[in-house]
Design a protein around this ligand. Structure first.
Ligand SMILES: *[C@@H]1O[C@H](CO)[C@@H](O)[C@H](O)[C@H]1NC(C)=O
Ligand SMILES: *[C@@H]1O[C@H](CO)[C@@H](O)[C@H](O)[C@H]1NC(C)=O
Ligand SMILES: *[C@@H]1O[C@H](CO)[C@@H](O)[C@H](O)[C@H]1NC(C)=O
Ligand SMILES: *[C@@H]1O[C@H](CO)[C@@H](O)[C@H](O)[C@H]1NC(C)=O
Ligand SMILES: *[C@@H]1O[C@H](CO)[C@@H](O)[C@H](O)[C@H]1NC(C)=O
Length: 455
């Protein structure tokens, strides 16, 4: 009976046991040089932004909460149409093409859309292997397998599946696990979805005005190399993005990459910083509120107190939150949680917590100058497979938390009395610091014009 109950709530993803015909891609090496790969914002392949430091020796790890973005994907269907249109301008309207653009004559834009790529599957799996190595003690001591949830989009579900496969491959072939896929039925509340605030203001003017400056030279250069095509900075950006996607997919350097200088790629990062900061981060008045549901789930898990999720009036699904089967808490709960989501949602969650908070709002003209001023760097926060990990530790009998973003230890400036060196924040202080989430975003969610999700 329990099984049938669970089956109505869960989508059971039975994981293939490795070595029995599951498709394991050959080892993939990344052909992009670092000056490209690390400045593609949310389209950067995963890389560690820092070196993972073991907790201080006086502390024992008690719980870990992994919030991870899906792995590398193809361009969205919408972006793919724009890329194809920019390529068509060159092919159909240019009266001549310079030597650097000759490849376009025999080029067709033919990338897939929306789904995970083999690299994305592999990096998700590698993340599962790494999580096992780092956190296996949590599984052995609690005697509980990790609790895994996913947003319902296919690429996210596939990332969760590949992560879990990597984790269980290490744990031993007898184990299998399930992924709780949050419903995308119309009207569903999904704390891992990234599309719950239709009324959030569109502040894309920030990145658009920066785009007009940082790629104006490149656009003029390309336009001169293809008279008649009338290329704009937006076309140039599209070609830069094709470079990133195509190279990650084919594992060969795409010919589009050679059209831009190192400086242009490096400057490109700030376009994505503005995009995420003003799109879903602190720069948007309705950015952080979109992360509140997950923050309340995190508070409940860290404290073992269900009231945070039960009082949430944003995206928490109350049906799931009330049940120990779908939202396990306390001494009988697992000690390792893994949730799979999207870049925009993670950007909102990072902002809601108060992590990666710049001293001042990001200027539209160009990156803030000065050492240590660039706090919000999108490719360091939400590259493909990007992850925010919240660890709970017991140090000398007191509970603490610390935060890692892509392995980089964070200084929790929002936490009273945080230790700058160890990144440790007392759990009580963390809970106190999250007053915005505990108050369901002080009414901000009501301004979102909540729209039931389309199926
Ligand atoms: C080529 O130029 C014509 C005339 O300006 C325009 O209507 C057409 O959309 C252009 N083709 C492409 C593929 O952009
Ligand atoms: C909705 O959920 C189903 C089942 O999990 C999934 O196959 C589908 O891709 C999801 N659709 C969207 C738009 O997320
Ligand atoms: C891994 O991802 C691929 C898509 O790239 C998917 O087809 C496959 O089912 C996933 N594997 C698991 C075990 O979920
Ligand atoms: C809550 O989750 C359940 C189980 O996945 C689902 O059937 C239901 O539609 C969800 N409700 C809302 C409002 O999201
Ligand atoms: C979904 O969220 C809304 C807004 O917080 C809430 O009123 C509603 O009760 C929630 N439904 C479920 C099933 O959690």
């Amino acid at each position: 009976m329990l099984a049938s109950l669970i089956a109505t709530w869960f989508v059971l993803v039975h994981l293939a046991v490795f070595g029995h015909g599951a498709a394991v891609p050959a080892v993939i090496s990344d052909p992009l040089p670092a000056y490209i790969a690390r400045h593609l914002g949310p389209y950067s392949p995963w890389y560690a932004a820092g070196e993972y430091l073991a907790p201080p020796s006086s502390c024992e790890l008690e719980q870990a909460n992994i919030l991870q973005r899906h792995g590398a994907r193809f361009p969205t269907a919408n972006a793919g149409k724009k890329y194809a249109a920019s390529v068509a301008k060159l092919r159909e309207n240019a009266t001549s093409l310079s030597a650097a653009l000759q490849f376009v004559r025999s080029y067709t834009y033919a990338l897939g859309a929306d789904q995970l790529t083999p690299l994305g599957a592999q990096q998700s799996r590698e993340a599962g292997v790494e999580a096992y190595k780092r956190y296996k003690g949590l599984v052995t001591r609690s005697g509980k397998l990790p609790f895994v949830r996913s947003d319902s989009q296919q690429r996210v579900v596939d990332s969760a599946g590949n992560w879990t496969a990597g984790f269980f491959q290490q744990l031993g072939e007898k184990h299998a696990s399930t992924v709780l896929v949050l419903s995308n039925a119309s009207g569903s509340n999904d704390t891992l979805d990234d599309n719950n605030c239709p009324s959030a203001p569109d502040l894309s003017g920030f990145e658009q005005s920066y785009l007009a400056t940082f790629l104006s030279d490149a656009a003029a250069r390309l336009d001169a190399a293809a008279p008649g095509a009338h290329l704009t900075p937006t076309d140039a950006l599209n070609f830069m993005q094709i470079c990133g996607f195509e190279s990650q997919y084919t594992q060969r350097l795409s010919p589009w990459c050679k059209l831009f200088s190192r400086q242009e790629f490096v400057a490109g990062e700030y376009y994505y910083d503005l995009d995420k900061y003003y799109g879903n981060g602190l720069g948007n008045p309705l950015g952080p509120v979109q992360g509140v549901g997950y923050v309340n789930e995190l508070l409940s898990r860290l404290t073992g107190d269900r009231s945070y999720v039960l009082f949430d009036e944003t995206q928490v699904n109350q049906t799931l939150a009330r049940s120990q089967a779908t939202f396990p808490l306390g001494s009988r709960a697992p000690a390792l949680f893994a949730d799979f989501s999207h870049d925009n949602e993670i950007a909102s969650i990072v902002a809601a917590i108060g992590l990666k908070k710049p001293a001042e709002a990001l200027p539209a003209g160009g990156p803030p100058e000065g050492e240590g001023e660039q706090v919000w760097v999108t490719s360091e926060i939400v590259p493909f497979s990007g992850r925010l990990v919240t660890e709970r530790l017991s140090c000398d009998g007191e509970d603490y938390v610390r935060f890692l973003i892509n392995d980089q230890l964070q200084v929790p400036t929002f936490c009273a009395g945080a230790d700058v060196r160890t990144g440790l924040c007392r759990l009580d202080d963390f809970v106190a610091s999250q007053s915005y989430a505990r108050a369901s975003g002080n009414g901000d969610y009501l301004k979102c014009g909540y729209k039931p999700l389309s199926g």
